[in-house]
Design a binder for this molecule. Structure first.
Ligand code: GLC
Length: 448
């Protein structure tokens, strides 16, 4: 394993760890208090992540390239002179995001390299001061989102490897240790909190997407104070789980849960190729089919998908990413009822595929990946089925109950035949209306 990969993996592990919300946070942030404000997030299912920064100029790893010494810090920062945003069209970005079906978008206000995309008043890098883009890139984007009723999300890197008062610089060199110079750390904290305050005041994010918390503890960051400041500025703001235990939901990164996460709210953040930012040599594009099946799987397990795009330095979104967002959008439009505002689906064992439930649990949606040749089978359903329809087509289907024994409480198996003519190119969805809230048999077939 290359050192760079190792570092990434370690960072990922730390993130997953921090994402498990330590007991201390659970007592501080009672789930009941946040349930109401989390509702839009729970219903939203899809967000679009935008990683845009000077790293798109040379197409190198966002911030990590200098941290991992693939490039010197000086050369990395030279990219500032090539960052033009010359073709940036925030309205077109927002149109595309709306077209994908996403209900929220999260943009990098500042990555680990410290370059702010807004005109920060703090003495540090910004695209306004230090690049030919010379303007605030965030205000028009958030305004364009507002117009389309898409929630505003602000990614903010807590750590800042370019800041003179931040302890870590590259993977093997630190500027100082906090214990040796606590005043210097305090100076950094003041700077960092001042920037966060600017973001809070200027953009009033509905969602704060912190990153980089793994380098310091909750005490060192003063996570409690950061959370308080954010909520004082906007009580309804949602905070992701990268604030050392002070967030509202967890964020597995590029890793797909197999068992349903134990948390009330979670969000899988994922790239369309293998990198967050624009990297022309990375052609490992996920197909629309892959993205749609991953999305359905996340929603089936009660989570959201935050799907990343990495625009070029001039603001062009790579065509492969546009293609995926458009295809996903078409599919979402057709299958809207089965996805948005639903609940996580049936527990494992009843149906071999993703599923969701309507809020009253009286409708089950079954997702059928690819082309179905045989019958679809559902196990352990106690309810009577009132109707079955293929979502987005209006086509009704019949079903057969197989093996129901009159003297046994164990339900029969439901077999549904899905004719090829009604099948979607990516994923078909069946809507099963039941005679009441779903009721499941989960026993071992009459054995005790
Ligand atoms: C990681 C990386 C970062 C990326 C983020 C997105 O934590 O440090 O480069 O922005 O994940 O989830």
């Amino acid at each position: 394993m290359l050192p760079q990969q190792l570092t990434k993996t370690l960072a990922g592990a730390a993130l997953l760890f921090s994402a498990t919300l330590p007991a201390q946070a659970q007592t501080k942030i009672a789930a009941d208090d946040i349930r109401e404000k989390m509702q839009w997030f729970a219903d939203a299912k899809l967000g679009i992540f935008v990683h845009w920064g000077i790293y798109a100029v040379n197409g190198v790893d966002e911030s990590w390239s200098f941290y991992n010494k693939k490039i010197s810090h000086a050369d990395y920062m030279k990219q500032m002179s090539g960052f033009t945003a010359s073709g940036y069209n925030p309205e077109a970005w927002a149109d595309l995001i709306a077209e994908s079906g996403a209900r929220y978008a999260v943009i990098t206000t500042k990555h680990h390299d410290g370059v702010a995309l807004w005109p920060t008043k703090q003495a540090h890098y910004s695209v306004v001061k230090n690049t030919p883009a010379k303007r605030d890139l965030l205000t028009p984007f958030f305004a364009a989102l507002d117009k389309r009723n898409i929630k505003r999300g602000a990614y903010y890197s807590l750590l800042d490897w370019s800041h003179k008062d931040y302890p870590a610089f590259t993977k093997d060199s630190n500027r100082y240790a906090i214990k040796d110079d606590p005043k210097r750390w305090q100076r950094f904290q003041q700077f960092n909190e001042a920037q966060m305050q600017e973001v809070a005041t200027l953009f009033k994010p509905d969602l704060w997407w912190f990153d980089g918390d793994w380098e310091h503890s909750a005490e060192e960051w003063n996570s409690e104070r950061i959370r308080k400041n954010i909520l004082d500025a906007k009580p309804a703001a949602i905070i992701n789980g990268r604030l050392q235990g002070y967030g509202d939901y967890v964020t597995p990164e590029q890793n797909f849960p197999v068992t349903r996460p134990r948390f009330n709210w979670w969000e899988l953040c994922m790239t369309i190729n293998n990198n967050w930012g624009y990297q022309p040599q990375d052609t490992a594009w996920k197909t629309p089919y892959e993205v749609i099946t991953i999305f359905a799987d996340a929603v089936s397990n009660g989570g959201n998908l935050l799907l990343d795009i990495g625009p070029m330095q001039d603001g062009t979104i790579p065509p492969q990413q546009v293609h995926v967002l458009k295809e996903l959008g078409k599919w979402n439009k057709k299958h809207e009822a089965a996805i948005f505002g639903t609940l996580g689906g049936l527990p494992q064992g009843h149906f071999y595929g993703p599923s969701t439930l309507s809020k009253d649990s009286a409708t089950v949606y079954l997702f059928l990946p690819g082309k179905v040749t045989g019958d679809v089978v559902l196990k352990g359903l106690k309810n009577k089925i009132a109707s079955i329809k293929v979502v987005g087509t209006g086509q009704s289907l019949s079903h057969k109950v197989v093996g129901k024994i009159s003297w046994s409480p164990v339900p029969g198996l439901v077999y549904i035949q899905v004719p090829p003519t009604v099948q979607d190119d990516y994923m078909s969805v069946l809507e099963l209306k039941l005679d009441g809230p779903v009721s499941l048999y989960q026993g071992m077939g009459g054995l005790q």
